[in-house]
Write a protein that binds this ligand. Sequence first.
Ligand code: SF4
Length: 216
Amino acid sequence: MFLVRNSKIKKSVKRTFNFGIPAYLSSTGLKTCPNAGACAKGCYALAGAYRFSNVAQAFERRLAATQSDSFIDAMLSDIDKQRAERIRIHDSGDFYNEEYLDRWLKIMRARPHVEFYAYTKMVSLFNRRKNDLPKNFTLIYSFGGTEDKLIDVDKDRHSLVFETVAQLKACGYADASNQDDIALGKNPKIGLVYHGTKNIENTNWGKVPEYKRKAG
Ligand code: SF4
């Protein structure tokens, strides 16, 4: 079984599931978030206890499955079995290469009635492929990576991490901290309040260059 539901995703108005692979680097040494930047320091999925949990092992198993074309049929079968209406690709991890992205695009095209969405830091990859994405896929560029400069905050649906809800709202962002449906709503500026395992001052979020200049 590939698809899982956590408490945040269960609040969705649709029958929504998560699909995750290991964050940042797999146990086999594959860079699963090739463009991770400031986000990595403070990433919940990289926290010590988490890395040794059963959840982390399940992420490794899913990653192994994604590396073969049989992933497409296996995922389609899971989508059908679970009667999924919406799928968030990567509550952990990212589109680690183009071949892997292509597998997901085939899955999306084979299930046009299912909505797919993903936060990603693979900005140049998607800028190159943006005319080749199915209608049932919503892409959200996510600040905190090595390609932040390529995100057009006026045109691209994107997400930024804030310290407080007040700050997020003052900058005109929609608060998706507790309800991820917001990420697919009218406002393409998605705000998330940091609630990782570290205090925000112990992360690099404050150093994301565009953070204050563009949002403020
Ligand atoms: S891209 Fe996401 S999952 Fe990967 S290290 Fe950054 S915050 Fe963690």
